[in-house]
Unconditional design. Sequence first.
Length: 57
Amino acid sequence: MAEGGTDDLDNLQAVCIPCHALKTQSEAQRSRARVSRKRPRAPHPSEGLLRYRTPQR
């Protein structure tokens, strides 16, 4: 259901605890990958300092 599925009996899976943990982990990784594609990375505050630094003499 987390990835757009339904709660119909045809879509449910009975899995053991270790398999459930692996399935949940892989679904979470896919979810994080989708979110990271939607939002660009925020620049770190120190990145601006390096850009505007004057050359030393």
